[in-house]
Design a protein. Sequence first.
Length: 132
Amino acid sequence: MKVVLDQRAIKNIAVFQNVTGVHVLDCLEGDNVIYFIVANGQKKEANDKLKLRLLERMLKKRVKILEYFDDPIRFLQEVIPQAQSIRIDERVAKVRVPKFEKPRIIGREQKNLKLIRLMMKRLFELKDVKII
């Protein structure tokens, strides 16, 4: 896992680590949400409601915390808890979800799916993530 961070991500990570005291592995920013990926076993420490509210006010965006796993299938289950089954063939992840959950997971103009794809490409070098 080799992740390159820009200045904005480094600033967001510094704020997160100062407020929560939890080490961040990666940070991805969407339109109105920032995803922080923390080490395995540290999600509970970072999920303090008061600290999350403070972070959201400081960063002026919603904050989502994801726990990192070495296994891409377990990590995808963390990212998409609605997944019924996950299969990885030739560096392409295929995630089966209930039909009524697809629009929420994909997002308007595919912005949620693009973030998931970017996350999986950065952390696990997967080519694509398909929602089926």
